[in-house]
Design a binder for this molecule. Structure first.
Ligand code: SF4
Ligand code: SF4
Length: 133
């Protein structure tokens, strides 16, 4: 892949994220407050601060990381970001881009029937809203 093509793809990704989230990731100064506040950090493969940096760079690794699916939209990072960035919205934008491509994490047909009987219906509904295309 040429540098020009990689740069064009990066710009397209940044544009899409901006359009969906309405947030400007370039305001991020990499202070790490979001990572220090994050309630899901133990299960994430990238810190929220690192996800922010990848978004700034238009790097597609931001789409492929586990952290965006682990994010519970608790909004602590959003409330504490000194630059006023709604990080949770950016995480959601990354999920939406994946789901629009059909990259879903929870496929209804793959859930064992026994589990469907046990899991609260609200949990299933929430899971489908967040994780299914
Ligand atoms: S808290 Fe805000 S400014 Fe600091 S790293 Fe996170 S997104 Fe960037
Ligand atoms: S909204 Fe997501 S990224 Fe932000 S603190 Fe909560 S779990 Fe972490």
């Amino acid at each position: 892949m040429t540098t020009d093509l990689a740069s064009k793809m990066g710009q397209e990704l940044s544009g899409k994220i901006l359009e969906i989230s309405g947030q400007n990731p370039h305001l991020c100064m990499q202070c790490g407050t979001c990572s220090a506040s994050c309630t899901g950090i133990d299960l994430m493969d990238l810190l929220p601060r690192q996800v922010m940096r990848l978004i700034q760079l238009g790097n597609a690794r931001a789409l492929a990381c586990r952290s965006i699916w682990i994010c519970s939209t608790c909004l602590l990072c959003t409330a504490r970001c000194p630059r006023g960035i709604d990080i949770a919205r950016l995480m959601e934008a990354l999920r939406v881009i994946n789901l629009r491509k059909g990259n879903e994490v929870l496929a209804p047909e793959k859930i064992p029937v026994d589990l469907i009987k046990e899991v609260p219906q609200m949990a299933l509904t929430s899971g489908f809203r967040k994780l299914s295309a």
